[in-house]
Structures are given as C-alpha cells and as structure tokens.
Design a protein around this ligand. Structure first.
Ligand code: RFL
Ligand code: PHB
Length: 399
C-alpha cells in the first residue's frame, strides 16, 4: 500500500471540490483531490448556467475568472411568462445594480481543471472505493484504489465535496446526522441545442400544460427545460415533440421567435429539496450537493456550493495561518443559515411556477388560480419584485 500525506483531502472534482482546492492552494494549504470519474465524464454533465455575483467574485479570487468575463453573458433581468404575456424582472434596477452571469457549469469546471493542472496540483481521477477513516479523531485518512493498487492519504481534514450520491455523507453514523427532504412530483427535461436564444434574457413560464424555462449558454447555444412526469423517459421525447411542447408553453411572441434545431444533449432530472445537518463531523466537512440539494428553479445549487466553499476555505485558512479554530467551529452554522434561505427561495419559485399533479399539495383549479394571483401581485408590486430580485441575484454573506 502507498501512503502519502497532505493537509486537506478533497473528495470530488465537481465545482465545489475544484474551487476549494484552488482557494486553499492560493492560501498555501496543500490538498489532494480524489474523483471517482474521468475528467471527460465530469465535463460531460450538463448542469447549471446562472452564477450570482458573489460566485463570480469567488472565481476571480481563485484566479479563474478571465474566460468567464470574456465569454459569459451578464444578465440585468429575466422574464416571467404567464397568462399569455411576459413581464420583466429588472434585477439590476431592483437591487441597486446587481446582476447575474450566464456561464455554464461545464465551463466553470473546465477553467478550474485547467488552473489545477497548470499549478501542478495533485488530482486522482478514476479513484475507486474511496473510504474515509478516523475523522472523529485528530488523524484522519482517506483510502482508495487506483489501477488495482491501494493508496492511503493521511491528512488534517477531509472535505466531502462528492455530491448527493457521494461517500462522504454516507460515512457519517446515522445518529450524528439529521436529514430533511422533499421530493417533488415532477421532473425537468432539459435539452442543449446550437440555435440562437428565444430572447435576450431567460424566460420562466407558468403554463397550464406545465412549467417551461428558456435559458442559454451563449448567443448561439440554448438550454431549455420542460416540466415532465417522473415516469417519462428521454426516449419518449424526440426533438420535434420537445420543440412543439415548448412552443405551446410560451407566449405567442416568444413562440413565434423560437428557433429549433437538433439537440446535442437531452436528460431528465428529478426535483428535490434536501438538507443534511450539521455540515461538520469532527475533521470532516461537507460542502455543496453532498450536504444539500435545491430544485433548480431558483438557479441556486452551484451558487450555494460556491458559498459553502467560500466559508470553508476562509475557515481553514484561519486554522492554518492564524492557529484559530473559530472559523471551522462556526462553519456549519454559517453555511446552514444561508442554505435554508436558498432552500426557501427555491421551494417558493418551484411552487409558484409548476403544475402540481392531482393529490400532491395545492393542486387543480384552486392551486393554479392562487399561482396566477401571486404572479399578478408580484409583477405589479415593487416590494414583491424587490424580494424576488434580491434572492435571485444572491443574498449578502455573513462575515
Ligand atoms: P457535483 O457537481 O455533483 O460534483 C461531485 C463530484 O464528486 C464525485 N464523486 C465521487 N468522487 C470520489 N468518490 C466518490 N465516492 C464519489 N462520489 C461522487 C462525482 O463524480 C462528482 O464529480 O457536486 P458539487 O461540486 O457540490 O456541485 C454542485 C452543482 O453541481 C449543483 O448544485 C448544480 O449543478 C445545481 N444546478 C444549478 N445550480 C445553479 O447554481 N444554477 C443553475 O442554473 C443550476 N441549474 C442544476 C441546474 C442542477 C441540475 N441537475 C442536473 C440536477 C440544472 C439542472 C438540470
Ligand atoms: C440553466 O441554464 O441550466 C438554468 C438556468 C436557470 C435555472 C436553472 C437552470 O433556474
């Protein structure tokens, strides 16, 4: 068996793990990233597209913001579509100048991978059977198999950045962790296609046939979503059916301008609200999707992951550079306070914009009329729009 040593072992090379690795490196803290998949597999997952300003600031701080600023699209607002018409939410005007950046998670991940490689930092891809040891004591370690050889890395801390299905949260004894979960009775069917966007900004549509979202990755690539049944299979949705259904869920003008084309990716994702408490267990910290999931409606998942990493990287820097445990002791409380606000916002937007099947909560004609009344109130009330906008661009950090 090969045994190594580092300061922090990071499990998972998604955005949380790679961003944490980069920030720790810049603070002079040694780290190793262990990832079960190949880099190509990680980059092949099509996920988030909207970054809060606090996330773009953090990517700048990590030294990986250049391509994002050159190629990303700054959005000053988005549109809500209901009752056959669109209504603009002026994010910039309502929040004293704050905006969001449309830049795909794939690109963020690629930039972080490139920076890690350029800095020569150790990353083990296709690490199998990753196991966490002794994180309740002072000498934790992580073991894994690579090419049939067993390795073990001794460390001071373990960062569990391995997503919802990862091994880190699963390694915590059930008595030490409390889980909160809501699974929604529908999914999102997403496609990626090389056609121009429907409009300059994102369109979130509440329609009696179900929710739809027109998003984008660039001026020549779109990412669109349709609310679908949990029983649906991707194979049941050929491109023609997808485009027809999307057109029906938009206002007449957007339907008219919709440009269609062959899809280059198509997938179905379930919608879930999930939080694990606490987010620290001795010398193990959870960050990102390993600790919490939000339904994608509020565009908060990746941003929450970045927020966790911001708190955790500062806490670890405080530990190593100032010999203070105050930051690591407060990590879970601080992170969870922000997590629950994003959970609330994502649940609210999901409830406002989707059709709920019979027998699942506020369904049927009453539910739809309540949604329409709320949307009508929202787009005519500056107070309500301001609340929506300040959550969408991202709430301020607790220092
Ligand atoms: P990830 O990205 O899942 O990465 C975890 C990594 O850990 C690896 N791993 C392991 N490695 C070693 N050993 C093991 N046993 C392991 N088990 C797993 C995995 O292979 C993987 O590489 O989690 P991370 O880094 O916390 O990042 C979270 C984000 O990916 C996620 O929150 C967002 O994608 C959510 N999300 C959105 N977030 C936004 O902020 N804005 C959006 O617009 C947005 N849109 C979305 C989304 C998520 C979606 N899906 C697919 C659920 C749209 C969709 C459709
Ligand atoms: C995306 O572009 O993938 C996207 C945008 C906004 C959301 C969710 C996903 O709310």
């Amino acid at each position: 068996m090969n045994t190594d040593r580092t300061q922090v072992v990071i499990i998972g090379a998604g955005p949380s793990g790679l961003l944490l690795g980069q920030l720790l490196h810049r603070a002079g803290i040694a780290n190793v990233v262990l990832e079960q998949r190949s880099p190509e597999y990680v980059l092949g997952r099509i996920r988030a597209g909207v970054l809060e300003q606090v996330t773009t600031d953090l990517l700048d701080e990590a030294g990986v913001g250049a391509r994002m600023h050159a190629e990303g699209l700054v959005h000053d607002g988005f549109e809500l579509c209901f009752g056959g018409a669109r209504h603009r939410i002026d994010l910039k005007g309502l929040t004293g100048g704050r905006t969001v950046m449309v830049y795909g998670q794939t690109e963020v991940t690629r930039d972080l991978m490139d920076a890690r490689q350029a800095a020569g930092l150790p990353t083990v891809y296709e690490a199998e059977q990753v196991r966490l040891h002794d994180f309740d004591g002072r000498q934790p370690s992580v073991s894994y198999l690579k090419g049939g050889v067993e390795h073990r890395i001794a460390c001071d801390f373990i960062a569990g950045c391995d997503g919802f299905h990862g091994v880190s949260r699963a390694s915590v004894p059930a008595r030490s962790i409390e889980l909160f979960e809501r699974v929604y009775p529908f999914g999102w069917l997403g496609i990626l296609a090389d056609v121009p966007p429907v409009a300059d900004e994102l369109i979130y549509s509440n329609h009696e046939r179900g929710f739809a979202l027109c998003s984008m990755r660039s001026r020549t690539r779109v990412r669109h979503y349709l609310q679908c049944s949990l029983e649906d299979q991707v194979e049941q949705w050929d491109d023609a059916r997808f485009w027809d259904e999307l057109r029906r869920r938009l206002d007449p003008q957007a339907a008219e301008t919709l440009v269609t084309g062959p899809s280059i990716e198509k997938s179905i994702a379930p919608l879930r609200s999930f939080v694990a408490e606490p987010m620290r267990f001795g010398r193990l910290f959870l960050a990102g999707d390993a600790a919490h999931i939000v339904p994608p409606t509020g565009a908060k998942g990746l941003n929450l992951a970045a927020a966790d990493v911001r708190y955790l990287s500062r806490a670890l820097a405080e530990f190593y550079l100032e010999r203070s445990e105050a930051g690591i002791d407060d990590y879970s409380r601080k992170a969870l306070r922000r997590v629950w606000k994003a959970e609330r916002f994502s649940w609210y937007l999901t409830s406002l914009l989707h059709r709920f099947p019979a027998g699942s909560g506020d369904t049927g004609a009453v539910g739809h009329r309540m949604q329409t009344a709320e949307l009508d109130y929202l787009v005519h009330s500056n107070a309500a729009m301001t609340s929506l906008a300040e959550n969408y661009v991202g709430l301020p950090f607790e220092e």
